[in-house]
Design a protein around this ligand. Structure first.
Ligand code: UGA
Length: 442
């Protein structure tokens, strides 16, 4: 068991989930953030994000004294031997990842280092960032005339929002990018609980680990764009993309995961990371044609959803659409790059009024779609969105939208048309209630 303290700087999705889960593995964690309000909230034991299982795990680990929260980065650095950097890397205007926060943390580490430290990059960062972090720390040490040993490791995180606790505690692999034996051993101890559960560990160098993260996300995003393109073609030729995906997925080399066509991928990772890797490649005079095409196909897919709706309903002027789901996927209140952020404004621009419901994301929607507040009514539940609406549009496949009472849907809609942008229902089943069903690629 790893005995020394671990600091995790940044309490966003990855930092907070990582901190709580690493504490649950038996480590002693100091979670750090410069946002005082957030830290105060966490000190009271309140989780600021909606993430299944996280609150219970936090309660348990706070009670057992394995996790604490502070805004004092310097003290946290001094007290710990392992420091995870998990601050945000938001996209710059040109699509590249903004490293200001990461390098600021590196600087603070250099200024406060008081012995050997393992500095772990957990944020998704462009190739070469690990070396930049090391150089920044070294600069600070030189300035202080201090001489301490340290290692920088890239340890990318692959958790999904909504399933973050499960993914962190049941990963497919742990990637540890460093050539330092000492750092490898320390991190193996930190993740010992997973090692004991037979999770494979991939030891590699810094740059390879950094690339693994981008390559994985870009591959998954491209896979979604691939099946979305198949859905567009399927609609034209009378094929069924769900059956295509199912049969394709039976080939073990393809696999059936991430082959669900829908309104396009969103979230804080795929859109940002695909743009960032294209940008990194450009800087090295490499043209990533496949990923670039995947990005364009994703933009098209969102527009195509709007075309499907306007194509079927003709003029949207004066029409009301019931919308189910606003978050970029179920089980999260996160709307970053959600397809709803493209689809709803375009429907409104075309003259529609929206009656929307989402189990978690309505608060976020009120500010993200503020510009359109005159045209959106937030409803009390899923059925409320349908009252007198000219069509129902399912944008995000929350579980509660999977078991709608279709008779009630038919009775509530003024015009029984159902756009199921996640292919949750089958046309036959919906047709029994005299509801017109429009899925994606089916
Ligand atoms: C994604 C990756 O799945 C994680 O492995 C990674 O760690 C994370 O990004 C990250 O880099 O932090 P996440 O964005 O939370 O996780 O969500 P996903 O479940 O991957 O979904 C992303 C988007 O793709 C959603 O909009 C979802 O609706 C869409 N999607 C997913 C599809 O349209 N079809 C699919 O078959 C799968």
């Amino acid at each position: 068991m790893y005995k020394n303290k671990i600091s995790i700087i940044g309490t966003g999705y990855v930092g907070l989930v990582g901190g709580v889960c690493l504490a649950d593995f038996g480590n002693t964690i100091i979670n750090v953030d410069i946002n005082e309000e957030k830290i105060e909230q966490l000190k009271r034991g309140e989780v600021p994000i909606y993430e299944q299982g996280l609150q219970d795990m936090l309660d348990r680990n706070m009670e057992e004294g394995r996790i604490s929260f502070t805004t004092d980065v310097a003290a946290a650095v001094e007290e710990s031997e392992v420091i995870f950097i998990s601050v945000g890397t938001p996209p710059d205007e040109d699509g590249s990842a903004d490293l200001t926060a990461v390098l600021e943390v590196a600087k603070t580490i250099g200024q406060n280092m008081n012995g050997y430290k393992v500095v772990v990059d957990k944020s998704t960062v462009p190739v070469g960032t690990g070396r930049k972090v090391a150089a920044t720390i070294q600069e600070q040490l030189d300035e202080r005339g201090a001489n301490f040993d340290f290692d920088v490791v890239s340890n990318p995180e692959f958790l999904r929002e909504g399933k973050a606790v499960h993914d962190f505690t049941h990963p497919d692999r742990i990637v540890i990018g460093t050539e330092s034996e000492q750092a490898r051993e320390i991190l193996s101890e930190v993740y010992r609980a997973l090692y004991l559960n037979d999770v494979p560990f991939v030891y590699t160098n810094l740059e390879t680990a950094e690339m693994i993260k981008y390559a994985s996300n870009a591959f998954l995003a491209t896979k979604i764009s691939f099946i979305n393109e198949m859905s567009v073609l399927s609609e034209k030729v009378g094929a069924n993309v769900q059956e295509i995906a199912r049969a394709m997925g039976m080939d073990g080399r393809i696999s059936d995961k991430f082959l669900h066509s829908g309104p396009g991928y969103g979230g804080s990772c795929f859109p940002k990371d695909t743009r960032a890797i294209v940008r990194i490649a450009n800087e090295h005079d490499v043209d990533l044609k496949v990923i670039q095409a995947g990005i364009e196909a994703n933009e098209y897919q969102k527009k195509h959803m709007v075309e499907k709706i306007t194509g079927r309903l003709d003029d949207l002027e004066g029409k009301t659409l019931g919308v189910l789901g606003l978050s970029f996927k179920p089980e999260t209140d996160d709307m970053r790059e959600s397809p709803a952020l493209t689809i709803l404004p375009e429907l409104i621009e075309a003259g529609a009024k929206i009656r929307a419901y989402d189990p978690q994301a309505m608060e976020e929607s009120t500010w993200r779609l503020k510009e359109y507040e005159q045209d959106i009514i937030y409803c009390a539940n899923e059925y409320d969105t349908m009252k007198g609406s000219d069509a129902l549009v399912l944008v995000t496949e929350w579980n509660q939208f999977r078991r709608l009472d279709l008779q009630r849907v038919k009775d509530l809609l003024a015009n029984p048309v159902f756009f199921d942008l996640r292919n949750v229902y089958k046309e036959k089943e919906v047709a029994k209630y005299d509801i017109d069903y429009i899925g994606v690629g089916v």
